[in-house]
Design a protein. Sequence first.
Length: 247
Amino acid sequence: MSVRIRGKAKTWGIPKGCKIVWDGKDWYASITVDCVPERQTGNNALGLDFGGKTAIATSNGGFVKAPRFQTQAQEKVNLLSKKLGRKQQPVKGKSQASRRWKKYQGKIRRVKRIEANRRCDWSHQVAAQMVSSNRLVATEKLNLKGMTRKGKRQKTGLNRSIVDVAIGKTKDGIKYKVEEANGVYLETPTRQLKPTPPCAKRWETKPKTWSDRVHHCQGCGHSEDRDINAAQAILIGARGRNCPLQT
């Protein structure tokens, strides 16, 4: 039996296994291939500062806008959940769910599945873009479990932002893509840079509040967006750890 494959593998090899997955609506085949991945890159270096409002700030002065997938999906889920609440729900041992209840449950699962797929696709595209011209990529170590721990009301917005940006997945994608290109991926300890990153030119720290969005060093006159300065400081901090790749 022949099965059509959507898309094309970047690097093909010898198929070793196939896993069939049912996600509640569609069937998927995940094929494991024994191969040696190859990826092209440049000779530049890049520092990355992850955030919520702006997904990523780069040391070369660029920004990656936060996608807000969860926010968009949650609005649809809330609307569908209201309609779901008016349908006959299943009661264990007494009654079964109505067809309309099952229908709206399926719609909610579909919205969440599309959200997850969009986030995964966005994460891979961003990772590929970062690696396309940079053999050295540096970021900071983040305790994502602690940052997204439940129980504090003030963390609700932060949790949503971190999930939207998919920081963990994006960092993992950047790491393995850099390694495929024979590059270097480094992480600077957060304690060296937070809560206030030092000046990327003079390496002196001046306390800031969260409302201070522009870094200005009175000592050397270096003025830059706060997040971009942080990305530059991350790159400097990573290179200072006996980096095997200099550009």
